[in-house]
Design a protein around this ligand. Structure first.
Ligand SMILES: Nc1ncnc2c1ncn2[C@@H]1O[C@H](COP(=O)(O)OP(=O)(O)OP(=O)(O)O)[C@@H](O)[C@H]1O
Length: 644
């Protein structure tokens, strides 16, 4: 790896940065009345009209779930907002289409463009607010009119929404839109030689995290598991790289609690693993990577991870999720207004992504452009009002630069003069005024989706999916000479039934006890006859249905284990369920032979009709972190246990 001379310095900001206040302009009156008052040039009130809301829907978001949720949401949306707004729906036909839709909608005078999907869709809609470095204006020449940005988070990660504490709950999002409270957010701009300016609203990052994001996008069909697979793949062939950065208007090193006195000079950051520039706090499906970022304060938070090894991520993963990683060695953070980044060796292999979208590789030359633009965002519903404030300060350097864009003035966004043109080609069939067309039902048909969950939950999910994946991988590499999973006569066992055809409870419980004796955790040896075919298997990290998958997971887990011991300590009977308290220990077959040891209990719920097990819920008494630590602790491989 190439290292070159370096100097580290930061110049204090001399440029005036407009001060930012979070604005909460209530527009609920506009929304509830459904009317926007239009003022004539002499200030006279001329007429009023309904607000035009354009919903840009990515039907492929969250592996197709966005389309399903949207279909269910639309009737409710019309009921809730249709009285006051023209609701237009526009489905994207492929990548980047949302950019064009947004531009055209704004040119046509839309009052708000609302992204429906994940961060990728939001990212495209944000980029649609700009054209050649300037905010797009409507073609009616209304100086005071500027479109707002909204969000119904329905993606896989939906990380931007997490900063505001919003869940992937479309009904909640509609309520936020209906309330209409607005505040402003900044938008970052990325300059890249030979390409247009690129805007981001959440987090832009380079190197390992960006590479992981690149791979994760290929596995979205696996839901949040895509981030685990992406990260594993990104580690292959990864090398930390020396980088040079130049920041501007940095105020305070958050890590060292000191004021920066220099700015605008190059600093060397050796062995950078990842560098993240946050306008908001979360990325990668819930990692609180830039925990001090505030989307409306005019600054970006830069977090640099240096010299991380793969095991550092395992050891510190929970800190990355809960945002406490800034206290870790080799992690630094600072607040900046702009940053330029250069890879010293110019390998051209350093990935860049913004808002989870792959942008290319760290280039060698850039021409940053500073554009001051005003964004006001609805802090609760994310309606961003965008107004051009100032533009074009050009500086030349050989780096990638991220700017926070901000401005001080606020335009009243509902003093609009235009009428919304209704002939846009891009509005699909439902793009009509919903006034008076409310569906008969007022009840939302949507289901609440997972998302915006607790960091610990995400960690658990990763552990769950990770172990499942590891098990699958291990089973794939299992030697053909290895003995096949034990086959048992239990496959053919028929459970006795009572006169109403229901499985006899005592026989079911006996079978469960028998399965414990055969260490079903690691052998997958379960008695199929006592389980419903679609039995649900759950633990605090997740759940799925189907005995076959559970058996496969157990068998695969077994292939990672050298020795194990499982004991049913106590059994309790209740009317609708039985509870088995167990003790489990094993030696993993990793080179450092870690020993896992835990107690826990499993609840077996019985189906009232068939008498078979319909839910199998596992609880581990050991904290997850303790399990993680056990996994990393080497042993001598000595354990007086039953051979698996
Ligand atoms: N009609 C479409 N067909 C295929 N891809 C599309 C289509 N419309 C948009 N896309 C692309 O889908 C990608 C992902 O979309 P989106 O971000 O909404 O969902 P997600 O990836 O599941 O969520 P998140 O980004 O929050 O993890 C975007 O990069 C976008 O370019």
């Amino acid at each position: 790896m190439l290292r070159s001379n370096c100097c580290i310095s930061i110049r204090p900001c001399t440029a005036k940065q407009p001060s930012f206040h979070r604005l909460h302009h209530s527009i609920s009156s506009s929304l509830s009345s459904g009317r926007i008052t239009l003022h004539g040039g002499d200030g006279s009130v001329s007429s009023s009209r309904l607000r035009d809301l354009v919903f840009v829907v990515n039907p492929q978001g969250a592996n197709g779930r966005t389309a399903k949720e949207w279909k269910k949401l639309l009737p409710y949306l019309r009921t809730r907002l249709g009285k006051d707004c023209n609701i237009k729906e526009s489905l994207t036909s492929g990548p980047s289409h949302a950019i064009d839709i947004t531009r055209e909608a704004i040119r046509d005078g839309a009052d708000a463009v609302i992204a429906v999907g994940g961060d990728g869709t939001l990212h495209e809609v944000v980029n649609g607010f700009f054209w050649e470095g300037k905010p797009v204006g409507n073609l009616n020449g209304e100086a005071n009119h500027s479109a707002a940005l909204g969000l119904i988070p329905l993606g896989t990660g939906s990380d931007f929404a997490r900063t505001f504490g919003w869940k992937n709950d479309p009904c909640e999002a509609v309520e936020r839109i209906a309330k209409g409270v607005r505040s402003r957010v900044d938008v970052g701009v990325i300059n890249h030689e030979e390409s247009d300016l690129h805007y981001f609203i959440n987090v832009a990052d380079v190197h390992l995290s960006a590479k992981a994001g690149f791979y994760a996008s290929k596995y979205k069909k696996f839901g949040s598991l895509c981030y685990v697979i992406g990260a594993l793949q990104a580690f292959m062939g990864h090398h930390n790289r020396d980088m040079r950065i130049k920041v501007k208007n940095s105020q305070k090193s958050l890590l060292h609690q000191s004021e920066q006195v220099n700015g605008g000079e190059w600093e060397i950051y050796p062995q950078v693993t990842a560098l993240c520039v946050g306008n908001a706090k979360y990325f990668g499906g819930g990692m609180k990577i830039t925990p001090n970022a505030v989307p409306g304060n005019g600054n970006l938070e830069v977090v640099v991870l240096q010299d991380f090894k793969w095991y550092d991520f395992i050891l510190k993963l929970h800190k990355l999720y809960n945002g406490t990683h800034l206290s870790v060695n080799n992690v630094s953070s600072r607040s900046v207004q702009s940053i330029e980044i250069e890879e010293i060796s110019e390998s051209g292999s350093v990935y860049v992504q913004s808002d989870g979208e792959h942008l290319g590789f760290l280039p060698r030359k850039f021409q940053p452009t500073h554009t001051k633009i005003l964004f006001k965002v609805n802090s609760s519903c994310l309606i961003i009002n965008l107004t051009l404030e100032a533009k074009q300060t050009t500086m030349v350097s050989s780096s990638l630069s991220f700017h926070s864009i901000a401005a001080a003035t606020v335009n009243p966004i509902y003093a609009v003069r235009s009428t919304f043109r209704r002939n846009s080609r891009q509005y699909f069939s439902t793009g009509v005024s919903c006034r008076g067309q409310s569906p008969p039902t007022n009840e939302p048909q949507t289901t609440t989706s997972k998302g915006g969950g607790e960091p610990e939950n995400v960690l658990l999910k990763i552990a769950w999916y990770g172990s499942e994946l590891l098990g699958i991988a291990a089973s794939a590499f299992r030697s053909p000479a290895s003995p096949p999973p034990p086959t048992t006569t239990e496959q053919d066992y028929e459970i006795p039934v009572d006169c109403s055809g229901r499985a006899v409870r005592v026989a079911v419980v006996d079978s469960i006890k028998h399965d414990f004796k055969r260490s079903y955790f690691v052998t997958g040896d379960l008695t199929p006859a006592v389980y419903e075919e679609k039995c649900e298997f759950a633990d605090p990290a997740g759940s799925f249905k189907g005995l076959a998958r559970f058996k496969r997971n157990c068998t695969n887990f077994g292939s990672l284990i050298e020795k194990s011991n499982m004991k049913l300590m106590k059994w309790e009977n209740f009317e609708e369920k039985g509870v088995g308290h167990w003790k489990f220990s094993c030696v993993m077959s990793f080179p450092w032979k870690p020993i896992l040891s835990a107690t826990g209990y499993t609840e077996y719920y019985f189906d009232m009709e068939s008498g078979k097990i319909c839910r199998h819920v596992e609880h581990w008494n050991v904290p997850k972190i303790a399990l993680f630590k056990q996994l990393l602790r080497p042993s001598r491989g000595l354990m007086g246990t039953t051979q698996n």
